[in-house]
Design a protein around this ligand. Sequence first.
Ligand code: MLT
Length: 271
Amino acid sequence: MSSTLDIMHTTARRLDLAYRAKGHGPTLVLLHAFPFNQDMWEPQLEGLSDVAHVITLDLPGFGASQTTDGDFSLDTMAEIVHDFVRHLGHERVVLGGLSMGGYIALAYARKYPAHLQGLILADTRANADTPEARKRRLEQIQEINQFGLLGLSESMPHKVLTPATAVKRPALLKELGGHIAASNVMAVTGALEAMANRPDAMDVLPGIHVPTLVIVGEGDELTPPTAAQEMVDHLPNGKLVSLPGAGHMSNLEAPEAFNQAVADFMRQFTR
Ligand code: MLT
């Protein structure tokens, strides 16, 4: 899942950010899940470049991007993404995010509605954490601070892939674990805290008038199909696509069906 395409660098909010770009057409910016990096979008960079100008980036502190001084709030991430997009010369883009990337895309939609051409919310949710989920994240932060990232690197890949994918694609399971183990502890704990503190975004949905594609793996246990349906029910211009055989990382587990849904969606923005 790592791309052969060269990584490029730009500055946003005085941070050095790593990104890749490929293809021609309407601009599609993709935001990765927690605690991964832009490598997860390799099937989309390769598979969607004939319908879109696809841009992926490492969020601050992840992959090859510089880390913030400790502020990982989703609002700050949305501001950095906005700056990044404008530095690359784009006024309005289609913004897509998977899971944590989706939380950031929703924060962006709240702050910068005029700069959105369309939105893709994949394997994500608009609700804030429940008190139990929040408590679990705060416990995870303590565990990581005490014992490092090994525990998360062993447990999380099994949560984000379906059991069938984990058996069929051991290399992917291992690669995801490797990405987590190699992550920056401050970014991982900062992102956990940011997700625990994120506001409920259900109120944002009725104000999103641009076309919005909601994608969910049918076997996603972290952000399940019910959460996706709830978002679509509140979006004025939303469409739901469910992907059989996929869990939380639906873009990696069902790349062809995922790309087909995004390609069909992107064609409406072609001038
Ligand atoms: C993600 O995939 O980004 C995370 O699982 C999101 C979350 O923990 O809520």
